[in-house]
Ligand binder design. Structure first.
Ligand code: NAD
Length: 348
């Protein structure tokens, strides 16, 4: 276990078992160098403790990178609850989890993630103040969509194959949920031509009716000719097979962990497809959650979401200068922010 901790550079790993509620939870704190570690609580049925630990470690590291590039004074952490296989009392479970978070004394702030709900965050809030995404905080998805929209504008500025306005530009959006639908709305109001898909037919119909979008099947979305492909559904969609089918100039979407493996970033670079690193372009939601937790207002949230455009332009500039994939450039920029000049020297 220490090997995986060392490889991911995780600071600490906390385990909690509570017999009364059946809680089995893990908190991974990757870094608190820039501030308390903020990251969601995932509750899913894990096949083994090892699988849960690996997930927590991997996700915590990603949160550190995301917070650093978003310019937030926060570190990265993540928690996982191994969902009991037998029926369980959800409120009791999340109360016990809230007690666990309180014991960590503010080193880790929890939030919503796969499987957890606003009502769970409200339950946690009865035990600790180190929780966000409660019913009084609001939905981060519109901020995520706004950040992706700003990222798309940066992509237009940086890519000479694309025009300088969204008017008439073809954007293929995969996944029309909370973020994807809000993004379509923003793109439509700028005159973009939308090609959309979802596994839920009703969501496609809504986009066709509201934005004059063209419906595309789930398989076709990878090969449909377009200017920008925007993955806003699942992670891992940029795999070697899908990348070889793409007929776009750029990729800019909200989904987490879009690249199946780090090598897929190189494959996109080799195909001359500009890729907006996922954890940078989708950081609007984290900005919203963090700023709400710090009791900052909408002006500050908007200012920081606007900054996604500049940071992304910086990534693309370095990509051109160093002839390296944007995914590696973004990692490096985050690492310099996290580890300072020591890292700059080591990786020079
Ligand atoms: P959501 O669950 O509301 O929407 C996801 C949509 O994708 C759903 O409509 C679903 O039917 C669709 N989908 C699933 N599988 C698909 C497939 N194979 N093909 C096409 N469509 C498919 O989620 P969301 O909140 O809109 O988030 C979308 C993505 O952005 C996720 O990857 C999420 O992790 C990431 N993200 C979201 C936020 C946020 O603020 N909500 C922040 C950062 C990152």
């Amino acid at each position: 276990m220490f090997q995986s901790i060392e490889e991911a550079g995780v600071n600490d790993l906390h385990f909690k078992y509570d017999e009364a509620s059946g809680l089995k939870a893990i908190v991974a704190i990757h870094s608190t160098r820039r501030g308390p570690a903020l990251g969601g609580c995932r509750i899913i049925p894990y096949a083994s403790t090892d699988e849960a630990v690996t997930d927590a470690i991997r996700l915590a590291k990603g949160m550190s990178y995301k917070a650093a590039l978003a310019g937030l004074d926060l570190g990265g952490g993540k928690s996982v609850i191994m969902e009991p296989s037998e029926p369980y009392d959800r409120e009791k479970l999340f109360k016990a989890f809230g007690g666990f978070i309180e014991e960590l004394g503010g080193r880790y702030i929890t939030a919503m993630d796969s499987g957890s709900r606003v009502s769970d965050m409200d339950t946690i809030a009865t035990q600790t103040r180190h929780v966000s995404c409660t019913s009084i905080s609001g939905n981060p998805a519109p901020s995520t969509a706004l950040g992706v929209y700003k990222g798309i504008l940066a992509t237009l500025k940086a890519n000479k194959n694309l025009g300088n306005s969204l008017k008439g530009m073809a954007v293929a959006v995969q996944g029309l949920g909370n973020v994807g639908f809000a993004l379509c709305q923003l793109l439509h109001s700028d005159g973009a031509r939308l090609l959309v898909t979802d596994i839920d037919e009703k969501k496609i119909e809504q986009c066709v009716a509201d934005f004059g979008a063209t419906a595309v099947s789930s398989n076709e979305i990878y090969s449909v000719p377009c200017d920008i492909f925007s993955p806003c559904g699942l992670g891992g969609v940029l795999d070697p097979d899908h990348i070889s089918q793409l007929q776009c100039s750029a990729i800019a979407g909200s989904a987490n962990n879009q690249l199946l493996t780090p090598e897929c970033g190189q494959q996109l670079f080799d195909r001359d497809i500009m890729y907006a690193p996922d954890y940078l372009i989708n950081s609007g939601g984290l900005i919203f959650v963090a700023m709400n937790h710090m009791k900052q207002g909408q002006v500050e949230i908007d200012r920081r979401i606007d900054a996604i455009e500049d940071t992304l332009l910086q990534v693309f500039r370095h990509q051109q200068q160093r002839k390296a994939p944007s995914s590696l450039i973004a990692d490096h920029m985050a690492e310099v922010l996290l580890y300072g000049d020591e890292h700059r020297r080591l990786s020079a």
